[in-house]
Design a protein around this ligand. Sequence first.
Ligand code: HEM
Length: 482
Amino acid sequence: MWSLDEAQARGVRPHAYRERETAVTSEAIDIRPPARSLSLPLRRTIRPLLRDPVNMLAGTAQRARGKVVRLNLGPFRPYLVSHPDHVQQVLRGDWENHPREGAFWKPVERLAGRSILTEGPDWESSRRILQPLFTSRYVASLTQDMAETIDEELTAWEAHARAGRWIDVCEELGRLVSRTVIRVLFGDKISVADAERLAPAYGIAATSFTSRLLMPFAPEWVPMPGDRAFKRAAEVIDDVVLPLVRQARRDPGDGNDIISALARARRDEDDPSAERRIRDDLVSIYGSSSETTAVALTWLWPLLHDHPEVAARLYDEVETVVGHGPVDPSCLPRLTYMKSVFQEMLRLYPPGWMIPRMARRAGLLGDVPIEPGATLLISPYVTHRLEEFWERPNEFDPERFAVDQRERRHRYAYFPFGGGPHLCLGQHLFYVEAPLIVAGILARFRPRVRAPRPLTPFPGASMRPKETVEVRLDPVAGGAGA
Ligand code: HEM
């Protein structure tokens, strides 16, 4: 984005700059209510926004063909940024001018404090400590433990299969991933009883701020639905996490778990805020690693059910590569079709569906002037469905990610893990954990799915289906679950 000075240097006269600023609003695609209905604008846009906000934004961007769109939401008028060039500019090229600030980040900060999920020196210091922990080498060192934990958890799923029970797959996956994360990343420092409290509390906290996400203009002091649930959940989270942090600060040990690593890295910071900073990063990592993975894999089962040819190919691959026993981590590189299935699943249903930013200075995005303080909404869900960049964008087709297809794409036409300096730390972890889980399930069971269609994306901290997805696990002949 250009600053005003740069825009002038490029021949955009100040008054023309202002004219264009005015023009943007009238040129913006027509989602504004009629000008006469002055009392209606908010209600008119709020209703579709409340009903199905994610698809409302995707439809808006599609009609605008990737142009920057100004949304008129009454007191709040963010820009919807969907063109890959613009996404790249905001997340990478000019990222310092687009911090993670503004109303959308307040609920995150209420839950995760001044952590890796913020901006500025606090983010920098957390990223410096945490980044080395998430390299592919570090993740490889956790793989065996991860495989064993997942195998134990899936063995417990056999009781559901034997009883022919329909399970809420989002809930069950949430439990499985949470236990895996706690065991592997937190070095089993959280007791089973505390883990049982932490997972639901985090789930409540992460979904209870949806109304604040949808109405970010509402001031903090205005009570909103979900506020009380959020507060109670945050108290439970602190109740579990703070004693661990205190213990780790007294004796960080030499383990390679995140709690020990954070405590060691902040050993010399004896200011009272160090305890809070460790707590904030732990909560951030726990949330980023458990919610996202479980929610992502919830979308998989209806997709496989609706695409039997994809399911059959995936089952074949698992049968050939893994067989029916526990998953040996050395098999993972050979699950190539599964990787394409995951990539396509994350294209259609990226859990990190919204990546909001704030413009610090005035500038241009494409040919649209943006004023300082404006909110920019970037959404992988929206960009991943632009017809200009994806053929048959709403169709599930893992072949798009076959090796020979990858190079042809704009880097920012596909960004389920974000991009630029805030690029997700957990990509490697996801691509180890998710195949271990799915291969583990398919080596034992054939899932049947019960869920309404179409599923509506529900915009919490991670994008999950609004409807419950139920799965019944039929044992595979000759498998451990039979
Ligand atoms: C399907 C799984 C996942 C998806 C779709 C996902 C998506 C994202 C996205 C879009 C961002 C960028 C946020 C921004 O730019 O504001 C992000 C950042 C982040 N993710 Fe993930 N994530 C996933 C799994 C994980 C896992 C397993 C971890 C475990 C550590 C993790 C940790 C993080 C962290 C710490 C950040 C913040 C990085 C920073 O700002 O420096 N994520 N993730």
